[in-house]
Design a protein around this ligand. Sequence first.
Ligand code: C5P
Length: 238
Amino acid sequence: MNKDKGQLIVALDVGTLDEAKKLVYTLDGLVDIFKVGSQLFASSGPEAVRSILRLGKKVFLDLKFHDIPHTVASAVRAVTAITESGQGILMCTLHTLGGLEMLRSGVVAAQAQAQIGRIAKPWLVGITVLTSEEKEDNITGLVLERALLAKQAGLAGVVASSQEAALIRRELGDDFLIVTPGIRPSGTAPDDQRRITTPQDAIKNGSNFLVVGRPIIQAKNPAVAAKQILEEIKTAVS
Ligand code: C5P
């Protein structure tokens, strides 16, 4: 897995593992990385992650850990220990609001557990400000401040809207991952998202990973919707 710009991640925000697996089959050949969030993890747990790994896909585990450092370290150790045939999760999220010590404790735990399990260390990425929050005057500064904290703690990158991505890219360099949700191809409903962006703009602003949920998983034909977004990505990258 590389750090190229504009890689598509589909959010499996569904209630059951059967529905999630059906989406993975439907999108086979189009999508390589799937996000397991709190809804699917709450219903199906680590087995959801293992099932997706078993289908040969990568997993972005988005549980947004935010707790005392000891608890976060234990949680990161536990999710890093979820493996299938020598593969672990690709990425997982911690909330930067937890502060430097909490973020560092996660980094140390991921490293230690990856060594024990002899797997690649997952990329830990920090949530900055949710894309469902309105754009307010100070939001860009706040996102940048949290991105700097994430970098200082040793995280691989952040989750941020494309509206802040260009600034993060400029300030934190090419090696820092930017994961962008709130992607809405023009003409699709924003749902509860507020700081939305098209795939083209997200790529232009430097996002490495574009997270798309409802525009694909609730489409009449998820494969067609994914293909359209992949086309937009291809045009923007080339
Ligand atoms: O359906 P939609 O495309 O809005 O889904 C976006 C996904 O990205 C959801 O699973 C949501 O939990 C997640 N996410 C987000 N904003 C963040 C971090 C994660 O929308 N800052």
